[in-house]
Write a new protein. Sequence first.
Length: 507
Amino acid sequence: MIIRKLFTLFLGAAFCTSINAQKSKEYYTSISQGDKEIQIISKAAHLIPSTRQFRWQQLELTAFFHFGINTFTNREWGLGNEDPALFNPTKLDANQWVRVAKEAGFKQVILTTKHHDGFCLWPTNTTNYSVKNSPWKKGNGDVVREVADACKKQNMGFGIYLSPWDRNSTLYGTDDYNNFFVNQLTELLTNYGRIDEVWFDGANGEGANGKKQRYDFKHWYEVIRKLQPTAVIAVMGPDVRWVGTETGYGRETEWSVVPINNLDQVSIASNSQQEATYNPQGDMTGNELGSRDKIINAKGLVWYPAETDVSIRPGWFYHKDENDKVKTPEKLLDIYFHSVGRNSVLLMNIPPDKEGLINDADIKNLRRWKKLRDSIFNNNLSKGAIITSDNGIHPQALIDQNYTTYWTTKGKDTTAVIQLNFKNKKTINILMLQENILVGQRIEKFRLEYFNGKEWLIATEGTTVGYKRLLQFDAIATNKVRLKILSSRSNPTLSEIGLYYKQIRSQ
Ligand code: FUL
Ligand code: CA
């Protein structure tokens, strides 16, 4: 089941002025009334990610673990009145969860520490509705601790999901709930070491007393910035944007710079890093959020990159009758092409089962998916090419497998041609491009052409690139290809070009 977000996403942003080399650069900007289109486009082209956003973007693959009382009741949304006695995983092994994720290539995991039912996976002091009152480890267990420790041990990032909607708490719907929530956040952000991502869902239903809650996001962001300044806040948060679907398929044209319309809300939080947060409203689910026609009418612009969340199964929680509905390795590969390959981070849910283990059905498909990716991406056919570019500098940087070295045009040229010649013919059907987003996201249109011995023909073409763009096309055998940058918001940059061959096309 795909659960649609029942809310209008709102966007926030935060910037940092006091850390690292990005000092003089910005990740949001205002647009003045007198700004002409050319100035607005230039402003968009020069925004860059914050340090925490850049770290997160490079992860490419993050995993979700949906686990809780629902795992034992076979539900997707608990009611909040389920008996804690039901929570009793007999073989819970967080090291297995993290190992499975790591072996599949994930770099970070996010645990549902509390879902909408309100049941806490750690022995919180804020409520009795937690593992403390379950039979698991006689009430002495702490799932958050076990996953956090497994991540530390296996050198994986660790993030938390904490549902603002709480169907159990009697405080829900009153001002006191916001403080209760801050106390829960504080426990999670102070007792478990470094937290790399805090994931807020937007669901805002009724609580136990039939009331709805006004969430005090601003206060929550301040608490997170203060306690875990390196954590990104997603997706009801200022650092990471929900891509707008839960299918695993992101947008074809995906700009990380999007309009922001109420910069007047900026406020400086009182912490050592002088963080600002602001909460502009706006629908973030449209087709093209950051294209020219969208940004020229904006009041401001912000770096706000997309995260694509999807479950490996139909549901977010484990259900035995979905063991034969785990997404196939080919489907997972297709999702990879359309999420990571579309300038987004993929957040894939792998729900542990009732025993407290990742099920064999999921493990099998994850392994085969990793194998498929390796069989393609371990063999970059652009390696060893003779690479030239008339109006460009550093063409060698395109194939040195180092993200921070990059090619760009001489002067202010916004179009360019990069040619790769091979000694022997190569058969290719995948193009990979990476823009250097530490400079900005700029490319608006590109085309890959190949020489068939007589003439140049089109292999594939696309719009945005961003951190990573992957395109598949019908296989061609050639000894010459050229990449044409047809339009860019400023001088284009590219960190890497990859060419690959995949044996069978995914459906
Ligand atoms: C949704 C929730 O309602 C689902 O249960 C799940 O947690 C998903 C990631 O977000 O909005
Ligand atoms: Ca490079």
